[in-house]
Design a protein around this ligand. Sequence first.
Ligand code: NDP
Length: 296
Amino acid sequence: MQILDGKQTAAYYRSKVALKVEELKKNGIAAPRLAAFLIGDNIASAMYIKMKEKACAEVGILTRTHVLDAKTPEAEIIKLIKDENADPQTSGILVQLPLPKHYDEKKILSYIEPSKDADCFLPQNIGHMFLGDETTVLPCTPLGVMKLLKYYKIDVASKEVCIIGRSNIVGKPLAFLMLKDNATVTMCHSKTRDLKEVAKRADILVAAIGRAKMIDSSYVKPGAVVVDVGINHIEKPDGKHETCGDCDFESVSKIASYMTPVPGGVGPMTIAMVLYNTLYNYVLIKKLDIKMDIEP
Ligand code: NDP
């Protein structure tokens, strides 16, 4: 079994983004900026924002993080988003989700200028993606999965791909990207009958469920490629905390041909794609003559 090393692969894609940012600077063009909104006191969200800030710094992308408490009036958040929309250096805007429950997530996100959407969360961009517009920004986690497979030269064309999980940010857009690359895709969810039997048909099995270690080898065809998107934080019997995926790594790794670990699999790829999208938006907004080819 070969590990699909997200850390190493993300470092490769980050280095490609860094070269492009360097190219901008050499041409006298200021670096793009990612504007992030961290609202409330969600510990995981704070951690993700820190990781994104660190990764941006590494590739030369500027960051501005609006750290706001959960009592911040909605109007103030919207005003700050509008300010970022108007700032010519900001090309990526992301509101770290989930927001505290009393906010209207959809409404707040709708104020982001679509050309500065860093995550492809906006309906306008999702629509463009589904209609096959080659220039639109793509959602970070699904894009990260596709780039990870590409890095390891795993071709999805004509393969049976099974995706467990149908969220708007992972499962559904990933199914679309797989389909676009000519895979035969089956989508599964909590109401799927005979999940094991369906999953076992897959050449490439993706778990995006949010259930710690749910997928063991009994769901996997021998030799399948397994991508574990899940990030779960569990308490072990000894009271220590563990971060794990939706797959039982020990069990699945005995039977898979390739597999992503958690941590160190899809997570770093998602962050690398936030950087890519921020730069990609910048190049489009400013109509720069920079090729965004970052493939190995
Ligand atoms: P959601 O909770 O939005 O969706 C979960 C999906 O899993 C739903 O479609 C649900 O089905 C399905 N599901 C739940 N239980 C079962 C079950 N027993 N059998 C089959 N299907 C089931 O989750 P997200 O898509 O947002 O996230 C999924 C996981 O990925 C989480 O662990 C999250 O932390 C992680 N994640 C990781 C990222 C990364 O960068 N690595 C980025 C984003 C998320 P139904 O629709 O029927 O309810």
